[in-house]
Design a protein around this ligand. Structure first.
Ligand SMILES: Cc1cc2nc3c(=O)[nH]c(=O)nc-3n(C[C@H](O)[C@H](O)[C@H](O)COP(=O)(O)OP(=O)(O)OC[C@H]3O[C@@H](n4cnc5c(N)ncnc54)[C@H](O)[C@@H]3O)c2cc1C
Ligand SMILES: NC(=O)c1ccc[n+]([C@@H]2O[C@H](COP(=O)([O-])OP(=O)(O)OC[C@H]3O[C@@H](n4cnc5c(N)ncnc54)[C@H](O)[C@@H]3O)[C@@H](O)[C@H]2O)c1
Length: 501
């Protein structure tokens, strides 16, 4: 029998990904009740089809290659990757796509969970079509949080809608390695998965309409491109994809628009009019916030004429323009994580979630009115200054804060200092270590605005830069932060010397 159940909570969170979980955790810590609504697996994309499985697929190849770059260890490497063992370890990190562990955490934390699809019907009202067959009419005493994540973009390639292709979900959960894999899109997901599959034995071709990793400084992206090429990835850059069709044997043929043909490294083009045949096609052309079908129109939020449906939020995650959401009255609608459409990264989404959860609890208790001051616990100030990004390829690319171009656009008088990474630590780390580092400096305040590192195992260097940017540490004080000898961090000293200290 189907039941209609009416229930009331302080806070309703739609979406139990990493971000929704963190919002709910913080409001419960703040003394409120919370319910998570989840249509699929508790833990969301990151745990099952994104961060965890993709990194589990990449790490064994990086470890093996790392050993191969150190004489003494190199001689001990006698085999290639054990594909079955790699996939088994990936399955372990995704808990075999079972969410019991995360559900237990939710229960132990004192958060309620309703499995089903949720949508907003009016201010503070949420309807859920429960997976148990029941329907739920929920009322939020204080807040509703949209933490519904994001959805892959489908590029306008003729024939794509008629074939079965891989999104990152299929690529991160595959049980077999295809013989030939075509990857469409030269962003973060594309390069990571291209390298993972190349190292697992697939013949990989990556087609990108622009440069590889175009959002990052070119010398850093060039190093990643060289790493992919060394693994046999065929990079077709500055190359459009006109159409795709399925052949009688089930393989797929892509007709390419042809590239510029010019350039080297991360920006080399493909021959015009080329085609390529593969067994699987992975499409990684970006993602957009998952906001369709969640009832935003019922509270006055709809897509602008001819444009996509997007939310804008204040520094606590409060959604602008939602009915009855004005800060001076009683705000109730928030968005966090990928759904909020800022940086689509787990760590950044969770940071936002902590601030949103704390702000909701503080407002409920009358401890917060209006917008909080920057850098207080309720404000997501770091989104504007220091979003850390790591591309987990081999070599790695790690970047935080502003590039020089972004700094200029934001009105800073910025300069850069950059160097190849050639320090005692790096030469001990690997034979022929190749890396690159750049600092972006605010010339008026003499503090860091951004930093980029590329090279084997540089990801762990990034947090030092994040701390320096968030702390607005003056360069002449940074001079006293002495890097240990011999580590790759010695590049910090070299960069400051090159700047003139
Ligand atoms: C291949 C890949 C690799 C990545 N690797 C990294 C990485 O290494 N590091 C990193 O920081 N980021 C990485 N990301 C990004 C990261 O996965 C996302 O930023 C993160 O998952 C966002 O978390 P979220 O909670 O906002 O959304 P999600 O994890 O997508 O969770 C949203 C949840 O809401 C549920 N939901 C949606 N609509 C409804 C509804 N109406 N009712 C009920 N439930 C609903 C969904 O089922 C889902 O479980 C990667 C992304 C991809 C695609
Ligand atoms: N290590 C990590 O943190 C990590 C790893 C993977 C994904 N992610 C996140 O997941 C999100 C999605 O990753 P992604 O790589 O799909 O997005 P992305 O935005 O990084 O890259 C998308 C790429 O697709 C290209 N593209 C867009 N439209 C196209 C079209 N019509 N035809 C051809 N190419 C087109 C873009 O030029 C770009 O190179 C990103 O926000 C990223 O931050 C993070």
């Amino acid at each position: 029998m189907t039941l209609r159940l009416e229930r009331e909570f302080d806070v309703i969170v739609i979406g139990a990904g990493a971000v929704g979980e963190n919002v709910a955790d913080r409001v419960v810590r703040g003394g409120l009740t919370a319910v998570l609504i989840e249509a699929e697996l508790v833990g969301g994309e990151c745990s099952y089809w994104a961060c965890m499985p993709s990194k589990a697929l990449l790490r064994p190849g990086t470890a093996l290659h790392g050993a191969q770059t150190v004489p003494g260890a190199l001689e001990a490497v006698t085999r290639t990757l054990d594909v079955a063992a790699v996939l088994k370890r990936r399955d372990y990190f995704t808990s075999n796509w079972q969410d019991d562990g995360q559900v237990k955490w939710v229960e132990d934390t004192g958060i309620d969970l309703i499995r089903g699809h949720g949508w907003i019907t009016a201010p503070r009202q949420v309807e859920v079509a429960g997976l148990d067959g029941n329907s739920y009419a929920l009322t939020a005493r204080h807040a509703v949080v949209v933490a519904t994540g994001s959805t892959p973009n489908q590029p306008p390639v003729e024939g794509l809608q008629d074939i079965e292709y891989w999104t990152t979900r299929e690529a991160t959960s595959a049980r077999e390695v295809p013989e030939r894999l075509a990857v469409l899109g030269g962003g973060v997901a594309g390069v990571e998965l291209a390298q993972a599959y190349a190292r697992l034995g697939a013949a990989v071709t990556l087609v990108a309409r622009g440069a590889l990793l175009g959002a990052f400084p070119e010398p850093a992206a060039e190093l990643v491109a060289a790493g992919l090429r060394a693994d046999g990835v065929d990079l077709r850059l500055h190359t459009g994809t006109r159409s795709v069709s399925e052949n009688d044997d089930g393989s797929l043929t892509l007709v390419l628009d042809g590239g510029s043909g010019g350039g080297t490294g991360a920006s080399a083009g493909a021959a015009a009019g080329a085609s390529l045949t593969a067994d699987k096609l992975l499409v990684t052309t970006g993602r957009h916030p998952a906001l369709e079908g969640i009832g935003l129109d019922s509270v006055g939020i709809s897509a602008p004429e001819g444009g996509p449906l997007r939310l804008t939020t204040d520094s606590t995650g409060l959604v602008h323009r939602a009915a009855e959401n004005e800060v001076s009255g009683s705000p109730w609608l928030y968005a966090a994580g990928d759904a909020a459409g800022r940086a689509m990264l787990t760590h950044q989404g969770k940071y936002g979630a902590r601030a949103t959860g704390d702000a909701i609890a503080a407002r409920a208790k009358g401890k917060l009115t209006g917008e909080p001051a920057p850098w207080t616990g309720f404000a997501q100030t770091a989104y504007d200054h220091a979003v850390p990004n790591v591309v987990f390829t081999d070599p790695e690319l790690a970047n935080v804060g502003r590039t020089k171009a972004q700094a200029g656009k934001d009105g800073f008088r910025a300069s850069t200092v950059e160097l190849p990474i050639q320090v005692s630590g790096s030469s001990l780390h690997a034979e022929n270590y190749e890396g690159w580092a750049q600092l972006v400096i605010d010339e008026d305040r003499k503090v860091l605005l951004g930093a980029t590192f590329a090279g084997p195992d540089v990801a762990e260097l990034l947090h030092a830069a994040t701390i320096a940017i968030v702390g607005e540490v003056p360069l002449d004080r940074l001079w006293h932060a002495v890097p240990s000898y011999p580590t790759i961090s010695e590049v910090w000293l070299r960069l400051l010397e090159a700047y003139g200290l």
